[in-house]
Write a protein that binds this ligand. Structure first.
Ligand code: HPA
Length: 263
């Protein structure tokens, strides 16, 4: 059973560096999910392309609950997620990698919990430290080994999308303390935490956000920048796999004690 999963964002649609890859269709009560499972240096890894293998699913229509529950059913305890993001300031430049440590949620229409009352109960999951500190440490170690520059600590503002933001929205997010802007980390990270899974986000800056850049934004610009960084993303993620251990100091599994069940 794979203990680690990679969720590939824009530009990362296949687990190229895995051996013995097979596709499984994992059933969940939220829908069935195609998951690729393969090996890297003897470590079994699950892989899901968040937007589908042909980037056909927009951020607001991703079945986040099915994806995370499918990984949970497969035995995954750790999720490394990549995400293309815009930058809200000139310190984080296109092409750079940033490890998000916090998020601000501006999504609107997403199903963002597994606990909808009734038989499922109600929980209020702690979100003080949303992204697993131990996984982040593993990513930093991997970046160091591979000589890949990664900035630590970024506040990820998650919007509903699929449209990009107005310049005024970006100014507001900036005043609130945001550094990165994207459309997918919420509810992915929240759902992972509800199931006691460790989750980390590697943000790849593809553009200056609306109004920070003097030009209008295009999806092609995002895709082009991702394409130019994909080799480093792959190296970073694969090297990180070697530093993901089972005995961690994080509190990501504490929620399971709180709810008293392994859902
Ligand atoms: N805004 C929202 N999502 C994004 C952006 C952006 O500027 N760039 C990449 N994903």
């Amino acid at each position: 059973m794979p203990k680690i999963a990679i969720i590939g964002g824009t530009g990362i649609y296949n687990p190229k560096l895995l051996d013995n890859v097979k596709e499984v269709e994992q059933k969940t009560k939220y829908g069935d999910v195609k998951v690729l499972i393969g090996d890297y240096k003897g470590i079994e890894i699950a892989f899901i392309p968040r937007h589908g293998s042909k980037h056909s699913v927009p951020p607001h229509l991703i079945n986040y609950r099915a994806n995370i529950m499918a990984l949970h059913h497969l035995g995954v305890k750790n999720i490394l997620a990549t995400a293309a993001v815009g930058s809200l300031n000139y310190e984080f430049k296109p092409g750079q990698f940033v490890l998000a440590d916090q998020f601000i949620d501006f999504t609107k229409s997403r199903q963002n919990t597994f606990f909808e009352g009734g038989d499922e109960g109600v929980i209020h999951c702690d979100m003080t430290v949303p992204y697993c500190p131990d996984l982040r440490k593993a990513i930093k170690q991997a970046a160091h080994n591979k000589n890949i520059d990664i900035q630590d600590n970024g506040v990820y503002v998650c919007t509903e999308g699929p449209r990009f933001e107005t310049a005024a929205e970006i100014q507001m997010f900036k005043m609130m303390g945001g550094h990165l802007i994207g459309m997918t980390s919420v509810p992915e990270v929240c759902l992972s935490r509800e199931l006691g899974m460790c989750y980390a986000n590697i943000s790849i800056i593809t553009n200056f956000a609306a109004g920070i850049s003097t030009q209008a934004l295009t999806h092609a610009e995002v895709v082009d920048m991702m394409r130019s960084r994909v080799a480093d993303v792959r190296q970073l993620v694969m090297e990180t796999l070697l530093y993901v251990f089972n005995d961690k100091n994080c509190d990501c599994t504490k929620i399971l004690d709180e709810i008293g069940v392994n859902k």
